[in-house]
Write a protein that binds this ligand. Structure first.
Ligand SMILES: Cc1ncc(COP(=O)(O)O)c(C=O)c1O
Length: 382
């Protein structure tokens, strides 16, 4: 047989896996991959145990548990004044990653263009490639990570099928505002182009800011798939459960894909989350303060090092400039820091097609204080 011709020739093991492996190999403190080292809410865990002891072991309904979709609709209404019909507009998926993949497969056809803003999350481009589309990378402005509206205007065309935005933004923490969405709506208006709004860090926003959802913009909502993650909200990234919200016609197409990717997502966890959301609709309200305290704790710890943190408005990531420590490029620096100093980070060039000439690495501060203290102690030696 002829050797298999890869459909994703540029994809190897992700940097997140590589850095976590390197961290393990060198017993480094792992502040690279984006996962918390604290537990989900205890009552939610009890509900999971109950669900496992109950009769929730067979396939969930294809679009997701109706009780969970209803709870999500209620949350969207209470939090953002967004009306979403749980029957036709909300679909439970196996993580936001699956929602992103499904949305992309649903709309992108051969040779369509998909605009992403670098630095961007790594799952977007492979999903576009598998759909036969072409990813067009536009850099966010540097170092404040804003959309360059002029470049977007010049790049949009009748070939553009989808634009992907992410706010709060991984890895920079930058936020899109309602004014940004207004600008985006104006620019997309002339085109038959969809919007994928990745809002998985919706509850991790700081300094009194409010998360702006694309769904609250009536015009954008008509062309938008918004994706969310229970993993991020409930400190349970390993559960791989999320959801997509989109108008009925878009949800119907997304479900056609979802039906043949996973058919349905894990049943007992959906049951537990439905009960938890109904019993504790306010749980997410404490998340901004909870994560802000961690951001500030880590920033104070970094202040005693030669690393310089960049402003962080949201997400549980902190970018830091290591220019005062080393001239190494970021990938080599991240390896060196892991191997020689026992702290694993993510170099930000991996989020770019054409990285800027910067000396930045990303730390995940969703960690217990003892973990952050231990990392800071090592970083002080740099
Ligand atoms: C920007 C962004 N989108 C999507 C995801 C994936 O979310 P999930 O774990 O729910 O698939 C992540 C996870 O790190 C992320 O950072």
């Amino acid at each position: 047989m002829t050797p298999l011709d890869s459909k994703l020739p540029n994809v190897g093991t992700t940097i997140f896996t590589l850095m976590s492996q390197l961290a393990e190999q060198h017993r480094a403190i792992n502040l690279s991959q984006g996962f918390p080292d604290f537990q989900p809410p205890p009552e939610l865990l009890e509900l999971v145990v109950q669900a496992l002891g109950g009769r929730y072991h067979q396939y969930a309904p294809m679009p997701g548990s109706m009780a969970l979709r209803t709870a999500i609709a209620e949350k969207l209404r209470a939090l953002y004044s967004v009306q979403a019909d749980p029957v036709t507009e909300i679909t439970i998926t196996s993580g936001a990653t699956e929602a992103i993949f499904d949305a992309i497969q649903a709309v992108v056809r051969r040779d369509d263009e998909v605009i992403v803003f670098d630095p961007c999350y790594d799952s977007y481009e492979p999903s576009v490639t598998l759909a036969g589309g072409r990813t067009v990378h536009l850099p966010l402005t540097f170092p404040d990570f804003r959309i360059d509206w002029q470049r977007l205007r010049e790049t949009l065309s009748s070939r553009t099928r989808l634009v992907i935005v992410n706010s709060p933004h991984n890895p920079s923490g930058a936020l899109l505002t309602p004014a940004d969405f207004e600008r985006l709506a104006e620019l997309l208006r002339p085109y038959d182009c969809y919007l994928l709004s990745d809002e998985v860090y919706e509850h991790v926003v700081f300094d009194g800011a409010r998360h702006a959802t694309a769904l609250a913009h009536p015009e954008l909502a008509q062309r938008c798939f918004a994706v969310f993650s229970f993993g991020k909200t409930y400190h349970a990234t390993g559960w791989k459960l999320g959801y997509a919200v989109a108008p009925p016609a878009l949800s119907a197409e997304l479900r056609r894909v979802h039906q043949y990717v996973t058919f349905a997502s894990t049943s007992p966890l959906q049951q537990a989350l439905a009960l938890f959301l109904a019993a504790h609709p306010e749980h997410h309200l404490q998340l901004p303060a909870f994560y802000q305290e961690r951001r500030d704790y880590f920033a104070r710890a970094l202040a005693a090092t030669k690393l310089r943190p960049l402003p962080a408005a949201g997400t549980y990531f902190q970018l830091a400039d290591y220019g005062a420590v080393s001239e190494l490029r970021d990938v080599e620096f991240a390896r060196w820091l892991t191997i020689e100093h026992g702290v694993a980070t993510i170099p930000i060039s991996v989020f770019y097609r054409d990285p800027p000439d910067a000396r930045l690495v990303r730390f995940c501060f969703a960690k217990e204080n003892v973990t952050l203290d231990a990392a800071a102690q090592r970083l002080r030696r740099l």
